[in-house]
Design a protein around this ligand. Structure first.
Ligand code: ADP
Ligand code: ZN
Length: 765
């Protein structure tokens, strides 16, 4: 027997190996194996089995890793689709479907020595005093870890060994699971009675699950008929309508719908995957899922796949799913590959979030992979959001997805009042533009007096955004990137937010001809907001939350805990505080600079601004007192700001779609972004021209194709590399990515220039 193996080192090739007789029983499609390549030992995954090989002499497989097949045939198929659609090597796609903690050769369960009582109590011989003490504990517990027993009995292992020699106990290694949530105290919850909108949404989801179930049965019966097997989907946007978009304002009770849909999947004997953006994957979120399924007839483990877990914990959580003990997997992007089997439901919460897109190869979008996986495995997919992506809403219009709406808050709370403050007015009255307009300042003072809580949002870290010399015009630039350095007062340093370059703050203008001692800081960041608040409201307890302030992973939790408990009056933060957090006592939210995201050179700038404002505003008024939101803006009449003020998603959608239609931007068309980078700008430019020429030959005949560029990337230089881009726009992606893959295989670029292909990019910088 021959095994076809994809190796971890990227070679865009599969290799044949001979399966030695002693391994025949263990090697299957999906097995992880160790083989030799030249003189190296390498790891790989079996992607196929064959009777014979085109090669005469084959090397044997050295060993199989892991007792259970790690990559199931279904996941393997999904990985193939990712390789094809996202134009990346199969081994790159394969690597991303298994967490590092599982792929690793040494990865294993943690074993601890356990002591088990053997002798029945009445046959006990007379024991020395120490052994008797040990026995009294064992009599009650029957079995426990050796270390625990020694601590309880205050004795040494030798005592217990002597008891083992007498045949009273056994001492043997046993798996001891690492449970990251072992210390949490989780109280079971019951399903809530749904309101009519929730009930309608749940009914539609359940009905689709029933249909999938019925279809699955007929499919199994006719599995030998190739014509009855559904063809693999060609692109993420062509599923049947068992994909739902649950559009519900913040607090409309989407999570309750998810929970009851999951319960239904469990009733059908199936499992579920819940994707949550990394930042919303808080203990609070996880606990809502654990609590619902911690007892009762549908009881199951809920496995959490999270980058903050230790490697050992991640290994154990993943295997709990693989072994079927955890039927629900909850996690960020890569949890879409969780080996839940059979899979009945996939939930993608906050489906519009850009963090679902992986920014390195394979550049997959977890939401789109979810849709394809759902289709491949007959699972229903529910995308949820208060501000859906234009892509998903558009697909509803096309009948590809089914739209479900929860127009009101579940808890009868009013949507907050949103007031737009025209900062141009404020600027004219005083001299310099203040950080807080008088209206906002008054509102903060008023809320503090009432002992209510305030959130202030500014999506920019640091103190000032640039250091400038008013005399010669010098601006402190990053030596590696085409951006100016941000001044951080904490630590007195200048930092690059792209490459993390740090340098000390100069005392005088660094320009030799100038040396002006009066250098000026311009622009503002969260540190300056925090400092200004301390001056304006000296008695308020102000805490800043951004990636500078959070040095350890517990910090995030601690601050949120303090805020919830009322130990903080004003929370200042970046996007970290915008998402999914739920604080009943916040009555005022201030957005310091709403236009910030509008200035990005990206066709999605308006969409992002709308989403961000809506999400941030959603933090206000989740308790008993009505909430209020102040939005400070220099372009107050921009549609993204105005529609967000009115909580009008549809209005925004319609007006934004006019612009997308005109330029055939997504969701109307699809984009492939090719970025070339290298240290020598001339070479990069030259390669880009050459690539364009080759592209014209390879894909130029595709109908409606638009080839734009090459042009310098919006961020021309990043981390010492110059970057040039070519953008391709097409009606459909499948054919284009197939041709691109062919072109890339035959393309030769200078050694120091690399090409990155991004299909359906979300970040154009
Ligand atoms: P979303 O996920 O849409 O932001 P949540 O599911 O967090 O909304 O619901 C917001 C609040 O409303 C929660 O406190 C939740 O317990 C409550 N809630 C949800 N559904 C109901 C219901 N049917 N009846 C009463 N309260 C509900
Ligand atoms: Zn830099």
């Amino acid at each position: 027997m021959i095994a076809r193996v994809t190796l971890e080192i990227a070679l865009r090739k599969e290799f044949d190996y001979f399966i030695p007789p002693e391994l025949v029983d263990q090697v299957e499609v999906g097995s992880r194996v160790q083989v030799t390549l030249g003189s190296r030992k390498v790891l790989g995954c079996v992607t196929g089995l064959a009777e014979e090989s085109a090669h005469a002499t084959l090397k044997p497989i050295v060993k199989v890793i892991g007792a259970q097949t790690l990559v199931t045939p279904k996941i393997l198929k999904l990985a193939r689709w990712i390789g094809d659609y996202y134009c990346c090597a199969p081994e790159t796609a394969l690597k991303s479907v298994l967490p590092e903690a599982v792929r690793h050769e040494q990865a294993n369960w943690r074993e601890r020595l356990h002591v088990r009582a053997l002798a029945p109590a009445d046959e006990l011989p007379k024991l020395p005093k120490r052994q008797k003490e040990v026995w009294s504990i064992l009599e009650e517990r029957r079995e426990l870890p050796l270390s625990e027993l020694l601590a309880l009995a205050k004795t040494t292992a030798a005592t217990v060994r002597r008891m083992e020699d007498r045949g009273l106990v056994t001492i043997a290694p046993e798996i001891s699971e690492r449970d990251p949530y072992a210390r949490e105290h989780i109280l079971p919850t019951q399903p809530l009675a749904l309101n009519p909108a929730q009930a309608k949404a749940l009914a539609a989801i359940k009905e689709a699950m029933d249909e999938e179930k019925a279809e699955g049965r007929t499919q199994k019966a006719e599995v030998d008929e190739p014509s009855s097997i559904r063809p693999p989907p060609s692109s993420p946007s062509s599923p049947r309508s068992s994909t739902f978009l649950l559009h519900g304002v913040t607090g409309s009770g989407k999570t309750e719908v998810y929970l009851q849909a999951i319960a239904y999947a469990l009733e059908q004997g199936k499992g579920a995957i819940v994707l949550v953006p990394e930042i919303s994957l808080t203990p609070q979120t996880v606990e809502r899922f654990k609590a619902r399924f911690s007892s009762g007839p549908l009881q199951t483990l809920v496995a959490v796949l999270h980058s903050h877990l230790s490697a050992g914990e991640r290994h154990d959580e993943w295997h709990k799913i693989r072994q079927g003990r955890a039927r629900i997997a909850i996690g960020a992007r890569s949890a879409i590959f969780a080996p839940v089997e059979p899979l009945g439901l996939i939930i993608v919460d906050e489906e519009h979030e850009h963090t679902y897109k992986q920014e390195e190869a394979p550049r997959y979008h977890a939401r789109d992979v979810a849709i394809v996986r759902g289709q491949m495995e007959g699972a229903v997919v529910v995308l949820g959001s208060a501000t859906p992506s234009l892509e998903s809403y558009y697909n509803c219009g096309k009948g590809k997805y089914t739209l479900l709406q929860l127009p009101e808050r579940a808890d009868d709370k009013q949507m907050p009042v949103v007031r737009i403050v025209d900062m141009r007015q404020t600027a004219r009255v005083g001299k310099a533009v203040p950080i807080f307009a008088p209206q906002l300042k008054e509102a903060i003072a008023h809320r503090l007096e009432q002992k209510e809580k305030v959130i202030l949002f500014l999506n920019r870290r640091g103190y000032s955004t640039s250091l400038q010399c008013p005399l010669c015009g010098f601006v402190a630039q990053c030596p590696n990137c085409s951006v100016s350095l941000t001044y951080h007062r904490q630590g007195q340093k200048l930092c690059c937010h792209i490459c993390a370059h740090v340098e000390p703050v100069p005392a005088v203008c660094p320009n030799d001809k100038c040396r002006n001692p009066a250098i000026r800081y311009a622009g503002l960041g969260t540190q300056k907001v925090e400092a200004t608040l301390a001056k304006l409201f000296p008695h308020a307890r102000v805490v800043r939350m951004d990636s500078d302030a959070l040095k350890r992973k517990e910090d995030y939790r601690r601050i949120l805990g303090d805020f919830r408990a009322g130990r903080i009056d004003i929370l200042v933060g970046t996007q970290m505080i915008a998402k999914g957090l739920h604080f009943p006592n916040v009555t005022l939210v201030g957005i310091i600079y709403a236009d910030l995201a509008l200035h990005h050179p990206d066709f999605r700038a308006g969409e992002r601004t709308f989403q961000l404002l809506t999400q941030v505003a959603g933090r206000a008024g989740r308790g008993d007192i009505e909430g209020e939101v102040f939005v400070q803006a220099f372009t107050p009449f921009h549609p993204a700001i105005q529609f967000a003020r009115r909580h009008d998603f549809e209005g925004f959608y319609e007006q934004e779609m006019e612009f997308r239609e005109q330029l055939k931007y997504p969701p109307v068309g699809r984009i492939a972004l090719l970025t070339l980078k290298g240290r020598n700008e001339e070479k990069v430019k030259f390669s880009a021209d050459y690539l364009k020429h080759e592209l014209e030959k390879a894909v130029g005949d595709i109908k409606d194709l638009v080839l734009a560029g090459p042009a310098p990337a919006p961020l021309l230089r990043a981390e010492t590399y110059y970057r040039y881009q070519i953008m391709l726009r097409a009606q459909r992606m499948a054919l284009l990515s197939q041709r691109l893959a062919g072109l890339i295989r035959s393309l030769t670029l200078p050694e120091d220039v690399t090409l990155a292909v991004d299909i359906d990019p979300v970040d154009l910088a």
